[in-house]
Design a protein around this ligand. Structure first.
Ligand code: ADP
Ligand code: ADP
Length: 230
């Protein structure tokens, strides 16, 4: 089943001080099936974040459109959980309050909020840290919180933009395993941006490679070899 359709999406940023505009993305077509774990791989500046932000509804394409579950994307929505590399948690909210943020906005009753928060706190290994504030947490724990917050709304797709890019090697490996176990247990669809080829191949069942000037897809292949994690 197709979950996401990217149809002829391009993005041009206006030039600064009257300079030439930047073609960040030339028209991209892409379909994402339910349960796909796609890594979007490519050098810095090739348009990976631009494409992810457009799918997230955080940016508008210059041409084309994105459909999620058959519905055109015009803004962020609970069907898409987003995790960035850093600075994504509300510093004035505790771990539990951060995770509950979207549920509260939706008006989910308090008791149900608490149940969902407890469920995801456990899933990401943050028991005992519910009342901690982001600045008291390591980078890995902050990203665990961000992943829990993204999952708490039960999105159809998880959009991650270099989520482990700022972590040390060991923490990063732990977080990769955590994400894979969540993906396998919850049957989520994942779009994961990285410039690290090892990470891209390790995580994904489908790797999409982009190239710069202007940003476009140059490869799209399933990882068919015996998977490193099996
Ligand atoms: P990547 O995520 O692959 O590093 P980006 O999507 O961030 O690439 O950027 C693609 C291109 O668009 C780059 O040339 C970048 O400098 C440019 N760009 C990104 N965001 C903006 C912006 N807000 N204004 C102008 N240019 C931008
Ligand atoms: P408010 O900001 O409305 O006072 P709280 O700070 O009590 O709310 O909690 C915000 C959300 O986080 C609520 O949904 C609550 O159920 C959940 N929550 C708060 N603390 C914990 C905790 N220690 N364990 C699990 N869930 C918690």
């Amino acid at each position: 089943m197709t979950l996401v359709r990217v149809e002829g999406v391009s993005r041009q940023y206006p030039g600064i001080h009257g300079g030439a505009p930047t073609q960040a993305l030339s028209p991209v077509d892409l379909t994402i099936a339910e349960n796909d774990f796609i890594t979007l791989l490519g050098p810095s500046g090739c348009g990976k974040s631009t494409l992810l932000r457009i799918v997230a509804g955080l940016d508008r394409p210059s041409t084309g459109r994105v459909l999620v579950g058959g519905r055109p994307v015009t803004e962020p929505g609970p069907d898409r959980g987003v995790v960035f590399q850093a600075y994504t948690l509300f510093p004035w909210l505790s771990v539990a309050q951060n995770i509950a943020f979207g549920l509260r906005e939706k008006g989910v009753p308090q008791r149900q909020q608490a149940e969902i928060v407890a469920e995801y706190v456990a899933k990401v290994g943050l028991r005992g840290f519910e009342n901690h504030y982001p600045k008291m947490l390591s980078g890995g724990m902050q990203q665990r919180t961000a992943i829990a917050r993204a999952l708490a709304n039960d999105p159809k797709i998880l959009l991650l933009d270099e989520p482990f890019g700022a972590l040390d090697t060991q923490t990063r490996a732990l977080m990769q395993e955590l994400l894979l176990s969540i993906w396998e247990a919850e049957r989520k669809t994942v779009l994961f941006v990285t410039h690290d080829i090892d990470e891209a191949v390790f995580l994904a069942n489908r790797v999409i490679v982009m190239s710069a000037r202007p940003g476009r897809i140059i490869e799209d292949r399933p990882i068919a070899l015996p998977h490193p994690r099996h």
